[in-house]
Write a protein of this length. Structure first.
Length: 190
């Protein structure tokens, strides 16, 4: 079974919306406007590209990333990697041609089936709504969280607000950086 890893820039109060400057969110761009940049805090991002064998994202994140990531040197390793987009509305005609193989999945059942295939880790970038659905369905195996020392208040959250039993996580790696960022790598305990 393949490991499904959710990776996120997240505020201390759980917000993941608009970290890179995406329009429509009051605090958009909070990852670079309010915290000093330290390259070592982002080493995990390079490791993710080397370790992942596929990317999974929701439609909104695909539509945000696909126009820019294919040409960005920072994301070069993702270009040839298989991509999967979970969407009930996206069509093959909506997919960009310069970002490698992309498959549209129509349901969480199809994500579960993908996890059962041969291959290495699948990484989920962005995709707040998809992340909440994946968590509720018990499909996420690991979290890579770069936690910012910010309280953003309103905004899309990474974790679902579903009333459910406690989900235990095991801290398997952590680091704290001089700018206040914290790296937390957590495995979901089953």
């Amino acid at each position: 079974m393949r490991t499904l890893i959710s990776t996120a820039f997240i505020s201390l109060d759980g917000v993941v919306e608009g970290p890179g400057g995406e329009p429509g969110y009051r605090n958009s761009g909070w990852t670079f406007k309010d915290v000093e940049f330290l390259p070592e805090a982002f080493d995990i991002k390079g490791r993710e590209q080397k370790e992942a064998t596929a990317i999974l994202m929701g439609r909104t994140s695909y539509e945000a990333f696909s126009p820019v990531w294919p040409e960005m040197e920072d994301f070069a390793d993702y270009k040839s990697m298989p991509k999967y987009v979970v969407s009930t509305t996206l069509t093959d005609d909506d997919l960009v041609a310069n970002w490698g193989e992309t498959t549209i999945l129509r349901s969480l059942d199809e994500v579960a089936a993908l996890k059962e295939t041969e291959g290495g880790p699948i990484i989920v970038h962005g995709s707040a709504t998809l992340n909440r659905s994946l968590a509720d369905a018990g499909l996420i195996d690991r979290y890579h969280l770069l936690v910012y020392p910010l309280l953003l208040g309103a905004g899309k959250r990474l974790f679902p607000a579903t009333d459910k039993d406690t989900q235990k996580l095991k801290l398997v790696e952590h680091a704290v950086y001089a700018n206040g960022l914290q790296l937390n790598v957590l495995d979901v305990v089953r």
